[in-house]
Ligand binder design. Structure first.
Ligand code: ADP
Ligand code: MG
Length: 236
């Protein structure tokens, strides 16, 4: 559409892929077009977020449309919300069926920070958002309510190996800071997580500040019909 092109130009959004969904013109569109519940808009307002950042404008509708996504946008540009917001909208509410979303972060510090952000946006809705800690690593997840699990690849692999958790119902898998995940040589661990998330209708996404060739390669091997979103210039 003409206005899609204008919005993308205005916010320096570059996309590739089939039928890329329209970018958001504002957060209200989440309610009018995507059945977003009011609690999310309330939380966005409380956080002082008046309008979506460029990566949020494009990545949120891509994920809400059920498309896989690999996205590259500078550090500090709001990538966390770009994957948490569609995740909460799509999960709708907590369920007793086990883990439905997994977010992989390269370090414990980032995992903890992402957990805090997720809880802020989920406030007012009874989701079970859990950070994989050293205590949880050995816990039996079948006895724990958990909708969204946030972890480093190492800790998650530890639990998978010990058969402590079932990831076969995971509907959303996010690899955050995927360039760092590579730098830290976490590929084997990521591989085991990707395998354990065996639900055929899973939506995977990959977020990064730079898009080195091996990250693009990974995206192309694990994703199907993905939309690529780049804000500004690749690797800038
Ligand atoms: P990135 O992962 O791209 O490095 P973050 O997701 O950590 O960036 O976000 C950077 C900062 O911007 C955070 O403090 C976050 O709360 C804030 N932020 C996110 N989205 C918005 C928005 N729409 N409006 C204003 N600030 C935002
Ligand atoms: Mg980030």
């Amino acid at each position: 559409m003409e206005c899609d092109a204008l919005l993308r130009k205005k916010y320096n959004i570059h996309t590739s892929g089939n039928n890329v969904p329209s970018p958001l013109s504002d957060f209200k569109e989440l309610m009018t077009s995507y059945q977003c519940e009011p609690y999310i808009l309330r939380n966005l307002a409380k956080l002082g977020f008046k309008e979506p950042t460029p990566i949020q404008r494009q990545a949120i509708p891509v994920l809400l449309s059920g498309r896989e996504c690999f996205a590259c946008a500078p550090t500090g540009s709001g990538k966390t919300l770009a994957f948490i917001c569609p995740m909460l909208i799509k999960l709708k509410c907590s369920s007793a069926d086990g883990i439905r979303a997994v977010i992989l972060c390269p370090t414990r510090e980032l995992a903890a920070q992402t957990t805090r952000e997720c809880k802020k946006l989920a406030k007012g809705k009874k989701f079970y958002v859990r950070l994989m800690t050293s205590e949880l690593k050995t816990a039996d997840f079948s006895k724990l309510r958990c909708d969204i699990l946030i972890s480093t690849p190492r800790r998650l692999q530890f639990s998978i190996r010990r058969k402590r958790l079932d990831l076969s119902r995971v509907e959303y898998l996010v690899l955050d800071e995927s360039d760092k995940l590579f730098e830290l040589s976490l590929m084997k661990q990521i591989d085991s997580v990707v395998k354990a998330c065996s639900n055929p209708s899973i939506i995977r996404s990959l977020f990064s500040a730079t898009l080195p060739d091996r990250v693009e390669e990974l995206a192309r091997t694990i994703m199907h019909d993905a939309v690529r979103v780049i804000i500004g210039r690749k690797n800038s």
